[in-house]
Design a binder for this molecule. Structure first.
Ligand SMILES: Nc1nc2c(ncn2[C@@H]2O[C@H](COP(=O)(O)OP(=O)(O)OP(=O)(O)O)[C@@H](O)[C@H]2O)c(=O)[nH]1
Ligand SMILES: [Mg+2]
Length: 396
């Protein structure tokens, strides 16, 4: 009946579909599709082509217009394509209609992200969180997923045997959801007790868009070996390590990355993993300065932090991948003083926008890491002094 297992098989050939809405530019949508392609590749698919359509209003039945759907159908049928991936969220009936119109499997961005999370989840907590989000995603789409309903013909779909089966499925899904919620409450209780035992440590959390270098920085600062790779959502579970800088102990946590249009249910169900962010004393917001959309990414992260009620904490913004930025921006003809000027302007702008709380590093080339450590230490000590004035002597 219900299938929450992998949607994408390895090496499946996919086409991507994006819509330019009223308030968007074509270039923006192309960037979104680049990110969608990265997501699809992370899930094991091979992206063959991107289709874009400008639309005032998405079609209620097929999301894109009939002509576009026809064009895509002609393309996929002659080229052995397995899968169509939409950048926007689709309803259950839209998925069914597009599948009928194209003859191939259709998924949307949320579904793809859930699929990646499901593959990446290792711990019991992460698995339960992803499963919960998957069932919540499925619940309003059950009707569309019941393909055999089509055979019942028009007008009958709201009653008869199909409806009973949908109701049965809905009940099963609701039961699953409440079971998973209960399981997560239990896991949360244990995690809460563990976190309480951490006492007076200053807690620092690495946050940021996915693939910006959080785990690489975690490894650098804490000598741990968290998986860091050039794929989206390499990290799902929070890892926490104790680090001591000049006798001041900190707890440093590496957390799951954010992305634009993160399925709402996923944020909801990952709230407990993100407790580490909510309960942190200091946030290290990592930004990949070499990414063309880094400003958008920074905005997405700040918005997600607001949703988590974690935006009002002391924050240091770390602009990472400076090596790549320099490589991408400067060509060999540019003279040294112009390069310096460009770098100073860039840094000046961000130092201003973050009220002085910005730092520029390359985790890969280990540039400016000592300065980063010193800044974390200064901020940590400042907090410790405010919080435990009577104990401060111990550290100095
Ligand atoms: N050029 C360059 N690459 C970097 C730098 N820091 C990290 N990377 C690379 O960026 C990729 C992502 O790094 P991760 O540390 O896994 O990023 P993350 O933010 O933990 O990513 P997720 O856990 O997937 O959200 C890896 O291939 C790193 O080697 C840097 O300073 N320069
Ligand atoms: Mg990571």
């Amino acid at each position: 009946m219900l299938d929450t297992t992998k949607k994408i098989k390895s090496e499946e050939r996919a086409v991507l579909v994006g819509v330019v809405h009223k308030d968007q530019t074509e270039q923006q949508v192309q960037e979104y599709l680049d990110e969608l392609a990265f997501l699809a590749e992370t899930a094991g698919a091979v992206c063959v082509k991107k289709f874009v359509q400008k639309l005032g209003h998405p079609d209620s039945k097929t999301y894109i217009g009939k002509g576009k759907l026809e064009e895509i159908r002609n393309y996929v049928q002659s080229r052995d394509i397995d899968l169509m991936i939409f950048d926007d969220e689709l309803s259950g009936s839209q998925i069914t209609n597009i599948e009928k119109g194209s003859g191939i499997k259709v998924i949307d961005r949320s579904d793809l992200i859930l699929d990646i999370f499901a593959r990446r989840a290792k711990t019991a907590q992460a698995k339960a969180q992803v499963e919960l989000a998957q069932y919540q995603y499925i619940l309003p789409r059950l009707r569309g997923m019941w393909k055999h309903l089509e055979r019942l013909g028009g007008g009958i779909g709201t009653r008869g045997p199909g409806e009973t089966e949908i109701e049965t499925d809905r009940r099963i899904v609701r039961d699953k959801i409440s079971l998973l919620r209960k399981r997560l409450v239990e896991i949360d209780k244990q995690a809460f007790t563990q976190r309480k035992e951490r006492g007076e440590f200053i807690r620092v959390a690495l946050v940021g868009y996915t693939n910006v270098g959080k785990s690489t920085i975690m490894n650098l600062l804490s000598k741990s070996e968290v998986l860091a790779e050039n794929k989206l959502f390499a990290t799902l579970d929070t890892t926490t390590r104790k680090i001591v800088y000049e006798t001041t102990p900190f707890l440093l946590s590496d957390t799951v990355g954010f992305i634009r249009k993160l399925p709402h249910h996923l944020v909801e169900s990952f709230k407990s993993t993100l407790d580490e962010v909510r309960e942190a004393d200091i946030l290290l917001h990592i930004v990949d300065i070499s990414h063309p959309a880094h400003e958008d990414q920074l905005g997405v992260v700040n918005k997600t932090l607001q949703e988590l009620n974690a935006f009002d904490k002391p924050m240091l913004t770390i602009f990472n991948k400076m090596d790549l930025y320099i490589k991408n921006t400067f060509d060999e003809w540019l003279d040294e003083s112009t390069k310096q000027q460009i770098l100073e302007d860039l840094k000046g702008r961000w130092v201003h926008e973050t009220a002085g709380n910005a730092i520029f590093i390359s985790a890969l080339e280990r540039t400016n890491i000592d300065e980063l450590r010193q800044t974390i230490l200064d901020k940590g000590r400042e907090l410790y002094r405010i919080r435990y004035p009577y104990k401060t002597e111990f550290f100095y």
